[in-house]
Structure formats: C-alpha cells, structure tokens
Write a new protein. Structure first.
Length: 380
C-alpha cells in the first residue's frame, strides 16, 4: 500500500516551521536592539554566540535571522570581522515596525502530498515574484493544529494568510479575529460554512460529473462512489456531481452505491471497496472522491484476485503523482493546484495593497479529466 507521508517528515516539517517563526521574531528583536542601543551606521551588532545566548535560540536561528536582515539591507556582513548596521538606513521607528512586512503565511494539510505541494509552489512563486516571503505550516487536517498555526501567524504580524481549511474549520474562532484585525486572508479549495471570504476553488461538481459520465459512456451502468471526508465541501460537491451524472443519464440511483467512512486515507478507500466487493451484483466501476481513496480501493480489488480495469474500472480525483505510478495508471480528475496557489497569492497581495477593499471574490478554476488505463480506455 502506498504511503503518502511519514512521521519523520512531519516532525521535520514542524521543526522547520518553529525555526522560521523564531528567526522572524529574532529579526524584530535585533532591529529593536539597534534602536535601544542607538547604534549608528557601521556599528557592529552582537556576535552570533551572544545573540543565541541572550535570546535562547540556536545559532542556526541567529544566522537565518541575520541573513534575512542582510537581504533586506538592514545589516551587512564582512567575513572575519562581523555584522554591522547597514550604511543607508536611518532606523526610524517605522523601519523596524516594517521588518516583518512582505511576509505571508500558508497553512496546508501537508506538503508531502503532491497536490498540496503544487499549491504551495504556486503560492511561493507568485509571492517571490512580488518580493514576498512565505512561511509554511502543516495542519495535518486537524482543527487544533490549524488554530495553533493561525494564532502563531496572527501574533507574528503576517501581512496576510492563505489557508487550506480543515473539515471542521467553521468552528475556528480565529477567522473572526482575522476579520476584526483586518488581516487579509484567502481560502483555498474548501468552502468554510458560514464564512464570507475570498476563495480559490475548483469546479468539483463539473469535475466529478465528467468523470462519471466518462464511465457511463464506456458502458457502465452500476457505478459505485467512495465519498470523501465529512464536512468538506469538496466531498459534498463531488458526490453531487456523481449523482447528477447518474440521473442525467437515466440510470437508477441506488444509495447503497455510495460508501465511505468519511475519511480520505487510503485505508478507508480499501474498507469501502470491500463493501462493494461483497455486493451482488457488485459495481462494475468505482468513482472515488480523491486519489488516496482510489489507491486504497485498488489494493482491495487486487487482493481479492480481481483486475483493474478488466473486472472493475476505477477513477479518482486530484491527479496525485502517486496515481500516475500505479501498476495500472489511474484515470483521474486533474486539479490545477499550482494555478490555485498562484491565484490565491495574487488575490491576497491585491488585498494587502488595498486595505480598504471589502469586496470578496470566489475564483473557480476548471478541472480536466485525465484518461489512463484504470477506466478501461486504451490509454497509458
């Protein structure tokens, strides 16, 4: 069974995030130290060892903070001599208050899944193009971690946030705090119930409709659906597209052909597929709400001694890198993660630059059906 992410990677990610937050805080403190000590142009700052000791951080954190301040022309370094106040800064109060500007936060479930890393890359490229920095945070799709990172980024004075929310994000009190503090934010992929905000999403109803219609056009009349995670708008929209395709084609709707334990891990795709395999008659095709569930379904089909697509056709959603590497490459609906990330970042920067803009936008991007061998078409 394919593993999407590992504990070691997640721990490494958490450490990296903490390091970034500490270095950003240290940047502000070093600038404050310059003011407090009334350092002049060309004066040296404390050594790395003294800064690390004074602020109880690692030398790596100190080096990262100094490097950023050098990049911002706040400091300059001379090899073998030390680090000094830059020669073209007056260091008025507003200079230090703006040191953490041009930094935005990004919260995603994980960057160890290709779809989320595509979003992150799109955000980063668009941010770099406008000379913004991005701090990445991994929520693991857990509400408490989402709250923690929103609080940390809120307290670190980010200019704005881009967030891929959890299924229970409507319970998150920090949305209201962001709105009250007038901190711009953009939500990616998932709609948050009851929250009026800027969104960048894909047309999930149309994407799933195209996938199921393709199976119907191949001759399938008994098509099962493995639904996605409860409380995610994407899961509801994809199920809606599935049902619409069935009814529009004049096929009889059978609620037993919708299975799933409301989780998106491959194990739950496996368990849902076991239920389908025990039906009589069983479905001849399966549409899974995402590729991870489809991977689990594929494993269950193969372990039952059946073949994909000869015995059961299979279609997923998202177009993960892993889906292309299966023994039988997966037909799936491609979500333009990179474009979503870029669009979200561009919209966020628009809002940052125009603080008086109260208008919210919902940007909806199209999906594309990627036909491979798992559905029975002659594709590679």
């Amino acid at each position: 069974m394919i593993q999407i992410e590992t504990k070691g990677r997640k721990n490494s990610m958490a450490s990296e995030i903490k390091g970034l937050l500490k270095s950003k805080e240290l940047e502000e403190r070093i600038a404050g130290l310059i003011l407090k000590e009334k350092l002049q142009v060309g004066d040296p700052i404390l050594s790395e060892n003294k800064l690390a000791s004074q602020y109880k951080v690692s030398r790596i954190t100190v080096r990262r903070a100094i490097s950023e301040l050098v990049n911002k022309n706040v400091l300059f370094a001379e090899q073998g001599k030390g680090t000094f106040v830059a020669n073209h800064h007056n260091f008025k109060k507003e200079n230090t208050e703006s040191l953490l500007t041009r930094t935005i936060g990004l919260i995603v479930p994980t960057i160890n899944v290709s779809y989320f890393s595509d979003i992150a890359r799109g955000v980063e490229d668009a941010a770099n193009n406008k000379d913004y920095h991005v701090i990445f945070c991994n929520s693991d799709s857990k509400l408490e971690k989402e709250k923690t990172y929103m609080k940390q980024l809120y307290n670190k004075k980010m200019e704005g946030l881009i967030i891929f929310p959890t299924g229970y994000s409507y319970k998150n009190k920090y949305w209201k705090k962001l709105i009250r503090a007038k901190i711009p934010f953009v939500i990616v992929d998932v709609l948050v119930s009851g929250l009026e905000a800027d969104y960048v999403i894909t047309d999930d109803i149309d994407g799933s409709y195209k996938a199921v219609k393709h199976l119907i056009n191949l001759g399938h009349k008994r098509i099962g659906h493995i639904r996605g995670t409860e409380n995610y708008s994407t899961a509801e929209k994809r199920m809606e597209g599935y049902m619409k395709a069935i009814l529009d084609s004049g096929l009889e709707f059978d609620e037993n052909l919708i299975q799933g334990n409301n989780f998106s891990k491959s194990r739950y795709g496996y368990l849902a597929m076991e239920k389908f395999l025990n039906m009589n008659p069983r479905p001849t095709a399966i549409f899974a709400a995402n590729d991870t569930l489809a991977l689990g379904a594929y494993n269950a089909i193969i372990e039952a001694g059946l073949r994909v697509p000869e015995d059961i056709a299979l279609v997923g959603y998202a177009d993960l890198v892993e889906s292309r590497r299966m023994d039988v490459p997966l037909t799936t609906v491609h979500q333009p993660g990179y474009k979503m990330g870029k669009a979200a970042c561009k919209r966020l920067i628009e809002k940052i630059k125009n603080k008086k803009c109260n208008e919210t936008k919902k940007i909806v991007l199209k999906t594309k059906l990627i036909i491979r061998r798992s559905c029975g078409s002659n594709k590679t």
